[in-house]
Design a protein around this ligand. Structure first.
Ligand code: NAG
Ligand code: NAG
Ligand code: NAG
Ligand code: NAG
Ligand code: NAG
Ligand code: NAG
Ligand code: NAG
Ligand code: NAG
Length: 912
């Protein structure tokens, strides 16, 4: 390389990096990072250590070498919220992007689930279902205040954490909507069609750094049902994307074309069903001959009217290589969106599509009534770190604050005892009209007691042990609800208002040397007596408590199970006191309850189950274990101590055990409606279960299994999931049974003594490798889902036709050929509202029964799909043919001049 060349290169880099480093309006935070750096794209990343406290961890993921993903910041799994606050430009729009790469940072393999909010508005729930997959969420917001808060809260499982936060300021009116004072936009899909690689397009190609996802990226459930004849085309010609600068040129330079006349896709819209903002981006990038014409129509299932509307890109955009962006600002969309573009009869070319963007409208919550007052209050004590970011009440209150449950909550209690606060008591407190309790005792507060006469609800005021001066304000005597007032050990002076002394309240004001106690000395003595009495009562309570704890300890010390056994496994459940150790039943009690084992309600590899009713009326299921010489006392004890530590509402409750006269017995709650198997495969018509019931049963069971997989440490693998192990209660809600037991392989349906499970449900990969993981349970659960859809047994020589012997091959075949009807249980006809909910469950079931463990989803993901299917069935399904594009469609038809929907909507009658 010559000297000149080198100089040029150097120069180029200098200019380039300078211009890159100054992207105004970009904030890129590497959460848990330690330094500022510029990445390969030219984005400047900053660490978050000045913005927030909390722990950090390093992670390392194969094939992920972007520095921002090598660390995370995480927070305790508690009821608090943890907020980042950013300065923004008021009244401008921002793209907000947060990403999460779990990477097993806490070495616990408990996949976190928590909420993320923007200010007081719920944004979304982050559910991690794979340690090595980045979860990304994007939103478009209008900055309504000079700062924006992004908060993590509501840890449901695991510890909340975050990898990156990015803010990108938009220009002008980009992404303006008429609803932006009430709703912000949550991204569901932003797709670059015809992309030349599976890389996303983003900065610097997109000056706003939106991420345009490649349509060739293979992701589960993403863009399926692609019509045959779909081809990718591209051009290197520049595209005029007009003033709005919606999609970047690079995205518009590629497209898909339906050479056989149709483009069709199906995709999952996260967050839907609901109302959304949806735009398509077209540009003619092929050279059409003089006689050639490209015209096509959109088709959305159930929307016959829309098929009349015709797109002619070149005409609509007034030329080649120009953007045409029809869409709707308010569209009701389903979770599973199927759409197609179809060539019209007079068109010689198939439809084209360059890009697509869909957002969901998410409701803005303006937060607590007292938000401004509280941030102004907290700003007086910067050193005490009182401002914890975000709204003082929502989605979780600051640690020293309590709020009421109004839709727009008010502060009802402030507790800042012993926090070393100095200076005056801020007068802003007077604006907290809902305040009931104020605790500012044990600080170094000085100055006068401020005017709190506006806080008419004040009941309890603690200002003792400060350095307050001045006289007692007279309004204290007229606060209508006041019942306790503590002012002792200050420097207050003047006379105590007589109205205070005449009220029947607790009022303590000793230790104020300059305070004139007035005429009524008896009162103070009275109060002191109250105090002595109160204090003794407290002492008595404390002793009683200590004694009770001690007694429990002695009692449990006698219990043979807990002393013999170390704690084998611990579930992080909120187990109720007293159930920590298993209850021990006497054999005589059990004999009484079961009438000496008369009513048999089930049997299996483990033994026989009998019905019983205790003297107090409680119904129980008594499982008498088969005597198995391999399974000695110790094994039984281990299992009992384990079982007694697993609590979840979707697991059959373990009540206790009995080991006497050579019998090993486990006692469970009785489930009135028997097993799912009886209901699904019984011939009698009355046992028919509707689709929504089946979904609820699937949800319940999935929750129970997910808990075994993620809520217990170490993880519990069920190993024998099947419809006969899913039990139904009086309300037909499901619980999983037979968990946490080592399974004696004596049942004929069990395969061998090494591999445990039941034929038909047995994970083939586990069978061959004997490697047991949670994914084996996922396989079995997939079979159960297929049974719920089809009503068929897992294995049959007759019911799957000639080609298949088992349910998984059969269902997979029909799902993959798009024929869901072929596998739906006949008795379900008419019981589902939306066939897409059946599709959804079938798709996830087919993924569950994938032969390779690695391709199966985790239970949390399966659960999410089921819940989404439920919400599809529960939304009122009164979509009129034209409602898919909202009522504007009709308006626009009637009123072509309507300026809102004129140039950028599908609804253009003049195009016909
Ligand atoms: C992360 O790694 C760096 C070295 O690369 C080290 O200095 C730092 O202490 C690590 N952080 C944690 C939380 O382990
Ligand atoms: C945000 O703005 C305030 C005042 O306007 C300033 O004190 C603070 O340092 C800014 N924060 C950041 C992170 O720039
Ligand atoms: C926390 O999440 C659970 C479910 O994940 C939900 O039921 C609960 O309402 C949430 N709590 C708050 C305060 O949002
Ligand atoms: C934003 O708009 C201004 C003028 O309206 C323009 O100069 C600037 O380049 C735009 N910024 C971006 C990132 O497009
Ligand atoms: C992206 O494409 C490359 C090469 O074309 C391929 O090796 C890689 O597996 C693809 N990645 C994904 C996630 O599809
Ligand atoms: C287009 O359709 C014809 C028949 O309709 C079919 O034979 C041909 O294979 C299709 N082309 C592609 C690329 O799928
Ligand atoms: C408190 O209320 C007064 C009068 O209503 C108002 O002027 C003031 O701005 C309020 N202060 C705060 C911090 O909200
Ligand atoms: C208050 O100050 C004392 C002495 O400086 C210190 O020991 C104590 O930790 C402080 N308390 C709080 C809550 O900051």
């Amino acid at each position: 390389m010559g000297k000149l060349d080198r100089l040029l290169v150097l120069n180029f880099f200098l200019v380039f990096s300078v211009s890159r480093a100054q992207m105004p309006g970009f904030i890129s935070i590497d959460c848990g990072g330690r330094e500022t750096y510029t990445d390969d794209l030219g984005l400047v990343w900053s660490p978050d250590n000045q913005l927030i406290s909390g722990e950090t961890a390093n992670i390392s993921i194969p094939n992920e070498n972007r520095k921002q993903y090598m660390s995370v910041r995480y927070f305790p799994a508690d009821d608090e919220k943890y907020c980042y606050t950013f300065n923004v430009t008021l009244r401008t729009r921002y793209l907000v992007r947060a990403s999460f790469l779990y990477g097993n940072f806490d070495k616990s393999n408990v996949y976190p689930k928590f909420d993320i909010s923007i200010g007081a508005s719920h944004w979304t729930t982050i559910v991690i279902f794979d340690a090595n997959t980045i979860v990304t969420q994007e939103a478009v917001i209008l900055a309504a205040a000079p700062t924006v808060d992004i908060c993590l809260s509501n840890a449901t499982t695991g510890q909340p954490f975050i990898s990156t936060i990015e803010l990108r300021q938009f220009n002008g009116s980009l992404y303006h909507t008429d609803f932006e004072t009430e709703f912000f936009l949550g991204l569901s899909a932003r797709i670059n069609f015809g992309a030349e690689s599976n890389e996303s397009v983003r900065y610097p190609d997109d000056p706003y750094d939106r991420i345009w996802v490649s349509d060739s990226l293979k992701r589960a459930n993403y863009l399926v049902d692609v019509a045959s004849g779909t081809e990718r085309i591209s051009t290197s010609m520049p595209i005029d994307v007009n003033s709005d600068e919606r999609p970047p040129v690079k995205v518009m330079q590629t497209a898909v074309v339906g050479q056989n006349g149709t483009l069709s896709y199906r995709l999952n819209l996260n967050g839907f069903p609901g109302y959304g903002w949806a735009f398509c981006y077209f540009a003619e990038i092929e050279d059409l001959g003089p006689d050639e014409i490209r015209k096509f129509k959109l088709s959305l299932p159930g929307n016959k009217d829309l098929t009349r509307l015709i797109v002619n890109v070149q005409e609509n955009a007034q030329g080649k290589y120009r953007l045409y962006e029809p869409g709707s600002y308010n569209l009701s969309l389903p979770f599973v969106l199927s759409f197609a573009f179809k060539q019209t009869n007079d068109s010689s070319k198939g439809p084209i599509l360059n890009a697509l963007e869909i957002y969901k409208y998410l409701e803005i919550h303006y937060g607590s009534f007292d938000g401004l007052t509280m941030s102004s209050f907290a700003s007086h004590y910067p050193e005490a770190l009182l401002a914890q970011g975000g709204d003082p009440c929502l989605p979780a209150p600051w640690s020293w604050v309590q709020c009421n449950s109004d839709p727009q909550p008010r502060i009802i209690s402030i507790k800042l005892s012993g926090r070393n606060l100095t200076g005056n008591i801020p007068s802003e407190l007077a604006n907290l009209t809902g305040l009931v309790e104020l605790w500012l005792d044990g600080n170094m507060l000085s100055g006068q007691i401020p005017d709190l006469s506006g806080c008419l609800n004040l009941k309890i005021i603690h200002l003792e042990n400060n350095k307050l001066t001045g006289s007692l304000p007279s309004y204290l005597g007229s606060l209508p609800s006041l019942s306790e007032l503590y002012l002792q050990n200050n420097m207050l002076s003047g006379t105590v208002p007589s109205r205070l002394l005449s009220k029947s309240i607790i009022f303590v004001y000793s230790g104020n040397p300059y305070l004139d106690e007035g005429r009524n000395n008896n009162r103070r003595i009275l109060i002191v007596i109250c105090y002595v009495v109160g204090f003794s009562a407290l002492l008595v309570a404390v002793f009683a408590y200590l004694f009770a704890c001690r007694r429990r300890k002695i009692f449990s010390g006698k219990d043979d199970l807990t002393t013999v056994l170390p704690v084998q496994k611990l579930c992080n459940s909120f187990s109720e006191l007293g159930t920590e150790t298993a209850h021990r039943y006497m054999l005589s009690e059990i004999k009484d309850a079961t009438g000496n084992f008369v009513r048999k309600v089930g049997s299996g590899g483990y033994g026989t189950v009998y019905y019983g009713k205790m003297q107090d009326g409680k119904e129980i299921a008594v499982k008498v274990l088969m005597n198995d010489s391999c399974q000695g006392n110790r094994q039984f004890s281990i299992e009992v101590s384990l079982l007694s530590r697993i609590h979840h509402r979707n697991l059959v409750q373990f009540l206790g055990y009995c080991q006497q006269e050579g019998k090993s017995i486990l006692v469970y709650e009785f489930m009135h409606n028997g097993t799912l198997k009886e209901h699904l495969h019984a011939s009698s018509q009355e046992r028919h279960i509707s689709w929504i019931n089946r979904l609820e049963i699937a949800e319940d069971a999935a929750k129970g299994i997910e808990y075994l997989h993620t809520g217990c440490s170490p993880t519990i693998i069920h190993r024998d999931l099947k419809t006969s192990n899913i039990l139904l209660d009086k309300n037909m809600r499901a619980k999983v049974s037979d968990f946490g037991l080592s399974k004696p392989a004596v049942d004929e349906s069990h395969v061998s003594s090494v591999v445990r499970g039941t034929l038909g449900y047995l994970d083939p990969e586990y069978y061959t490798s004997q490697q047991l993981t949670v994914k084996s349970d996922v396989y079995s659960f997939g079979i159960i889902l297929l049974e719920l859809i089809s009503g068929k047994e897992p294995i049959s020589n007759t019911s799957f036709g000639d080609n298949f012997r088992n349910i998984s091959q059969w269902a997979k075949f029909y799902c993959e050929s798009g024929d869901i009807d072929a596998i739906i249980d006949h008795s379900l006809r008419g019981s589902y509202k939306d066939i897409q909910s059946v599709w959804k469950v079938a798709e996830v079931a087919v993924r569950c029964v994938n032969r390779e463990m690695i391709n199966r989803p985790f239970m949390s993901e399966v659960l999410k799909e089921i819940q989404e299917a439920i919400s599809m069935e529960q939304t009122p399904n009164n979509i009129q043919p034209h409602d898919m594009f909202g009522t504007e469609f009709v308006d626009a038809l009637n009123n072509p001049g309507s300026d809102v929907y004129s140039s950028d909507s599908f609804t253009q009658p003049e195009l016909r």
